[in-house]
Each structure stands twice: as C-alpha cells, then as structure tokens.
Design a protein around this ligand. Structure first.
Ligand code: SF4
Ligand code: SF4
Length: 649
C-alpha cells in the first residue's frame, strides 16, 4: 500500500476539466492514491477527504491546486488541523500550467501539452515528498524585548512603534538627553512639507520625553549609557554597557546614526591653514553651515547677507542624499533670506530621495544657479584678502559641452564663501559593537572590502553592511539574523527615510518575533489547545495538535502559524561526517555556525544555530566533507526530482 496520496483541486480556479485522474493517467504515477474534488477550499470537504486518505493508509500528501500561497492557507491549514504533519504536505501549483487549456474551443494539442506539464510537476512532487526526511530544528523561545542602540529620532520612533505593537524595548543612549537631531531643530521638512514648531514640539514630547506614558510599561530609556559589546545570538543577545550592567534582549537594532567628517584634502585644500579668520570663515563644511544657520539668531547671521556663496557636493561622498538635501535647503535659505548670490556645483541631479525634486524646484525658483560638472572635481583656491581679515575662494570647473567632452575654457567663479560636502561614515561607536556582532562597520577603510574613496556612491557603512554581506539585500536588516540597522546607521538616509526605516523595522521585528515564537513552540510539548474536529491525533507524527506547522512546496519548506508564514530551510550538520575544519564557520555570511572547543559542547561537530541560519546553502556547498544538508533541500529529494525530469525529457 502506497504512503503517498494526491489531492487534485478540480475547481475552475485550478485548471478546468482537465484535472481528472483518468485524463492525467493516474496509473502512470505508480502506486498512489488520487482523489479529485471541486471543493478543496471547503474545510468540511477537507475533513472528509482527509479521513478517506487516512483510511487508505496515505501518510504523505501532494496537493495539486491553484497558487501555492492561497492553497497553503485554504487547504494546508485545515489539513494540519485534521492531524497531518505539515512537513509531509507538498504543494504543486497548477493553475499557470493549464493556462486556459480545457476550456471550450481549446485545441487537442494544447490540452495534451498542458496535461503533459501537469503530469511532470505532479510526479516531481510525488517523488519529492516520498523522499522527504525532515525534522523541525529545535528553537529556543526568544526574549520578547528589543535593544535599541541610539536614542535619536529613528530609535525613538522605532521604540514607540514597538510599544504600540506590544513589544518591549529598551533604548540605550550614551548622551544625557534623548532626541539626537530632533533636539537641535524647531521645524522639519518631511514629505515635501514643512512640519512647524508646534508639531515638532509635540513630536519631541511624544518621542523624547522619558515620562511620556508608556503603554503597559513596555519602554525603558537608559541615557548616559554606552553599549560596548554584544554577544549571544538571535532570541538571546546580551548587551554589555559602560560603565556597567547587562541587558538580555531578543533582537538588537543599531540606530546609532552616521558621522560626518570634514576632510578638506578631498577638495584639494590643505588639511590645515585654509580657514581664514575674521568676519566668518571662507570655507564651511556642510555640517558647520547647517549648525550656524540652525543655531544662531537671525542678527548673528547678518554676515551672510549679500555674499556670493558656492556649494560643492558629490566630492567627499558621491550622490549623497544627506548633503544634497542639506545643501539645497541652505542654498535656498541663503538666497531668500540673505539675498546671497548662490551657485550649486553638483555632478548630477540623479540622487533619489523623498522630497528632493521639490527642494530642487524651490532652489531653482529662489534663483540658485546650478552648475552640472563632469569629470574631475572643481578646483578651489583660497585667496586671503591682502592686509584684511577674510578672503575669497576661486572655483574653477570644467563643464560638459553639448557635443560631448568638455568646453574649452573652465568656468571660473570667485565667491566669498564656499560650503563643501564631507565624508559620511558610520558612527565611531559602531566599530566595537559591529566587531562583537561580527558584522562590518564600514569604518575601517583598510580592512573593509570596499574601501572608501572620494566620490564614492554611498556611505561605506551601507555598502559593507548591506550590499556585500547581506546577500539577500533586505533593507533594514544586517547580515546577522536578529540584528537590524536603521536610519543613518545603515547609510545615507535622510530624515524621512530614517522615519520610514523605523516603522519598517518595527513591523519586521514584530513579525520575526512572532514567527520565531511559533517555531519555538513547534518543539514544545504544551502547544495551543487542540481544536474541535481533530479526529486523527494518532496519525500525527509531530506531537500534540497546535495551530502551527510546516508545509513543503517545491523548493522550500515554510512554517505557518496564525500570524503568518516563514521560510524554514535550515542547515543541519551530520556529526559523523564533520571533520571540524572550520570552512563552514568562515563562509557562513550570517555567522550561524560555530565549532566549539572540546569540552564546551557535547557535540563534536560544527553547530548551526537554527535561529541565525537563513538557509542560503553556502556552507553546504563549501563543506569538503559533505557533512551539511539543508532541511527540505536534501540530496535525496533533489535526486528524486531530477530522475523524474530525466524520464520526461
Ligand atoms: S565545513 Fe563541514 S567538515 Fe568542516 S567544520 Fe563545517 S561541517 Fe564540519
Ligand atoms: S545555510 Fe549555512 S551558510 Fe547559510 S546561513 Fe545557514 S548556516 Fe550559514
């Protein structure tokens, strides 16, 4: 008696009247049980079919239905509730294979072609599920508390979002006040509009005030506290503080912001001696100008009035949103409020970012003159004024010509002051934290794979954290499972984007914790209450009934719970084959494998933390002893599928 059964959905959504065991030639599939029904989405029908399959001795099911996601929820969940081990269900999406074949007027050739494709994928599903060996890995229940390093606007918004989602958070800020950038401003430019003083005050009150009501006491703020080291793994990180103390959290978020470093040598100026004292400097860094315009009273800013000013961006940091936004805002302000003659030197205007188009338009309307430069950076010469305080800056720049190449003569403009962009780097304090988490901080220019250089497209931190190590390019995630980075901590993010990061991270972390808890409960004995209508407890191999389980689909296994789905492909090491060569430890991009010294672990082989593993398969392909396999990606399953494909070729 076969252990494999096939359920065929015969509704119009799945594949018209071709979904028929006789037309498909069920006998050719070998000794299997096949049932077709028009009502596979009906829980009562599923209960009936489930009983019938069990009566026939079937233990593994292939479900040939419409789209996989829908079928998992509509068919998979009721099947699991009826006692089927979820890992022994294989879903085969058929709707696209039929593509209308079988409808009135379809040619016999098209019908036969569709049937042949369906036979192939069904057979692959049958062989695959027959070969499946899958045990859910053991997970520890995660700590439902999030450590947020950095109490700036992004970190605070994240904390409030988590609080609203019912997740505890602790905000760790090394300064004695929370708020970061928000503390310095009285108005904000968000989503193309100016958010005025009252709104900003309310936002500050809501985000910054430590006494602001925290629902259910879920938030904790620690100021004057520096996070210096993080150990542990997803679900159980331990953050060590300076001066002292520790905190155990399930997830960590780096919200440490970026740092701007002014390097005049990037602009061809000597590293010192370029500052001309007197009625204000000739050279400003972007941050210095931002601070001067933001902090000083209007009267103190009168020395800007009527000046000829040049902004130069895209030199120290290429295509930077942060400096482009700051430059556009301040250029417009100097033009409008102080009647300055303003020039804006940029390599191109292709920086993508919320609100940039309107800022650019406002600057144009205010009369800022844009100079699109090509090739090398503008040359800047400081000319002190003879016998007087102050001086001038001469900017010389090659311009593109309409016919290609450059115009013969460079543009030369003499200005009273010049505002230059800076290097945008991850915060210095990220370094030790990132080292303890084994992720790149992007600060160490020598050791990072892609060293910083003038004009580089984005902040080094964002590249090393996301584009080189985070192989799946999730935006607010780092290469480490359970560690997120938001706002300036992940790169060249301006304020609106930092706020978006915060709310995205809150949603992701909530989902991640929920999914992780569901995974942990897979291996617990006290699962949720047994639902009504479960008549097949004795058939179930996975322990007591619970409203979660894992379901196979071609190429992956996913876990589902009441709260959603989660991919569940994980690396497993065969202790007998492992030679402790450390290859997997070195190649794992997510730091999910460890080889512990003898005596520290009962296992004498590499150990995978299933919560940290993202199932990328890098270790399995690199292991010289072929000691690693992936759950639901086993060689046996692949070979079984390949054999079928060979037969049908
Ligand atoms: S690469 Fe393979 S043999 Fe080497 S430590 Fe890892 S699992 Fe063991
Ligand atoms: S599959 Fe292997 S390399 Fe990939 S994350 Fe998991 S343990 Fe690391």
């Amino acid at each position: 008696m076969s252990e494999v059964g096939v359920l065929l959905c015969d509704c119009q959504g799945a594949g018209s009247n071709l979904m028929d065991p006789v037309r498909l030639g069920a006998d050719a599939f070998g000794d299997i049980e096949m049932i077709k029904t028009r009502h596979l989405c009906d829980p009562n029908e599923i209960a009936r079919i489930s009983s019938e399959m069990i009566r026939r001795g079937v233990k593994r099911l292939v479900i040939g239905a419409c789209g996989t996601d829908y079928a998992r929820s509509a068919v998979g969940l009721p099947l699991v509730k009826n006692g089927w081990p979820a890992q022994l269900l294989e879903f085969v999406p058929l709707v696209e294979l039929f593509c209308g074949a079988g409808a009135a007027g379809t040619s016999a050739i098209d019908e036969e072609r569709a049937l042949s494709s369906v036979r192939l994928v069904l057979k692959r599903g049958i062989e695959r599920i027959a070969a499946r060996k899958w045990e859910p890995p053991v997970y520890r229940r995660p700590r439902r508390r999030v450590g947020i390093i950095g109490g700036g606007v992004a970190g605070l918004l994240l904390a409030r979002c988590l609080e609203a989602a019912g997740v505890q958070a602790v905000v760790i800020e090394r300064e004695n006040e929370l708020g970061g950038y928000l503390r310095k401003v009285s108005s904000l430019d968000v989503d193309g509009g100016k958010v005025e003083v009252q709104v900003v005050s309310a936002l500050k009150e809501r985000l910054i005030c430590k006494e602001a009501p925290s629902r259910n006491g879920k938030l904790e703020f620690r100021t004057c506290t520096e996070a210096v080291h993080i150990k542990g793994g997803p679900g159980r990180f331990v953050i060590s503080f300076s001066p002292d103390g520790e905190e155990e959290v399930g997830a960590v978020v780096l919200a440490t912001g970026y740092s701007c470093e002014f390097h005049p040598e990037d602009h061809g100026l000597p590293s010192s001696g370029w500052m001309v004292s007197g009625r204000g400097p000739v050279v400003y860094s972007m941050s210095a100008l931002e601070e001067a315009l933001g902090r000083e009273t209007f009267d103190n800013l009168e020395h800007f009035r009527g000046k000829k000013v040049a902004f130069v961006v895209d030199v120290s940091t290429g295509d930077s949103k942060v400096f482009t936004v700051s430059g556009l805002k301040n250029a417009t302000r100097l033009r409008r409020e102080f009647a300055c003659e303003v020039y804006f030197f940029a390599r191109d205007a292709k920086v993508s970012g919320a609100d940039l188009e309107s800022l650019y338009g406002a600057a144009r309307r205010a009369g800022v003159v844009f100079v699109k430069r090509e090739g090398s950076k503008p040359s800047i010469t400081i000319k002190p004024t003879e016998g007087k305080a102050g001086g001038k800056a001469l900017i010389s720049c090659l311009l593109p010509s309409l016919g290609g190449g450059f115009m013969e003569k460079p543009l030369k403009i003499e200005v009273d002051l010049v505002c230059l962009d800076e290097r945008l780097l991850p915060s210095v304090r990220d370094e030790s934290l990132c080292a303890s988490l084994e992720i790149g901080s992007g600060r160490n220019l020598r050791s990072d794979a892609m060293a910083w250089r003038p004009g580089r497209r984005a902040a080094p931190g964002s590249l090393s954290r996301f584009q080189e190590e985070n192989v799946r390019l999730y935006t607010v995630r780092t290469a480490r499972e359970g560690v997120w980075a938001i706002g300036g901590a992940r790169g060249d993010q301006d304020l609106p984007e930092s706020l978006t990061d915060a709310s995205c991270a809150a949603m992701e972390i909530k989902e991640w914790l929920d999914g992780y808890e569901a995974l942990a409960s897979l291996t617990e004995t006290d699962g949720p209450t047994k639902p009504e209508g479960d008549h097949h407890e004795e058939h179930r191999e996975g322990g007591p009934e619970r409203d979660i389980g894992a379901i196979g689909t071609s190429g992956s296994v996913v876990l589902f719970s009441r709260d959603g789905w989660q991919a569940l492909v994980r690396a497993v090491v065969d202790e007998q084959k492992c030679a402790r060569c450390l290859t997997c430890v070195r190649v794992c991009p997510h730091r999910a494998i460890k080889v512990l010294p003898f005596g520290e672990s009962e296992r004498r082989a590499a150990e995978v933390d299933p919560a940290a593993c993202r199932g990328c398969g890098t270790c399995a392909s690199a292991c010289p002893g072929r000691a690693i396999r992936l759950t639901a990606f086993s060689d046996e399953e692949f070979l079984a599928e390949l054999e079928v494909m060979g037969e049908y070729l």
